[in-house]
Design a protein around this ligand. Structure first.
Ligand code: CA2
Length: 162
């Protein structure tokens, strides 16, 4: 029993949660000038490929609900995930609950935005997530997800396949 638990914990230590907030299920289908043409499925494939290059696994999820994102952040902590890549969508600019959830966990969180939020409307300039995130990437399109995984892999010392 003890051995099995240790094995499970080892496996989760090499898992990165990639969490996507509200409306990101629409990626690639609307507003391509802002968000590009890649769909969320394309983003998932990119994340799995990038993570695999560092021998990391990915738990990829999207929700339109704030509490669900909070639950997943807590789950990542409980399962001893190696890190979280989080695009909080519109909750970036409103959510004290997501801020508090990140503050309460020890898992490193990388905040990602497809668009450059600072080059857009002023209400997007403030993030409740940035002060509690390890790092923030914005404006690189969906490549930002790959950059976040690579950055996380570097900080947790994951072995590259190359
Ligand atoms: O640039 C980002 O990744 C954002 O997190 C995307 C959020 C937005 O509220 C943030 O300010 C910046 C919006 C996600 C909605 O995505 C859509 C994609 C296609 C069409 C409509 C919405």
């Amino acid at each position: 029993m003890k051995l099995r638990l240790a094995g499970q914990s080892d496996r989760m230590a090499k898992t990165i949660y990639v969490l996507n907030g509200p409306n990101l299920n629409l990626l690639g289908r609307r507003e391509p000038k802002i968000y590009g043409r890649a769909t969320l499925k394309d983003v998932e494939v990119l994340c799995r490929k990038t993570a695999a290059e560092h021998k990391l696994a990915v738990e990829f999820r999207q929700s339109n609900h704030e509490g669900q994102l909070v639950d997943w952040i807590q789950e990542a902590e409980a399962k001893k995930a190696a890190g979280i890549v989080l695009n909080p969508g519109g909750y970036t600019h409103t959510s004290v609950a997501i801020h508090d959830a990140i503050k309460a966990v020890s898992v490193p969180v990388i905040e990602v935005h497809v668009s450059n939020i600072h080059a857009r409307e002023s209400f997007r300039h403030h993030s409740y997530v940035s002060p509690v995130a390890k790092a923030m990437i914005c404006g690189f399109g969906v490549i930002g997800y790959a950059l976040a995984i690579t950055g996380l892999a570097g900080t947790i010392g994951a072995k590259s396949k190359r």
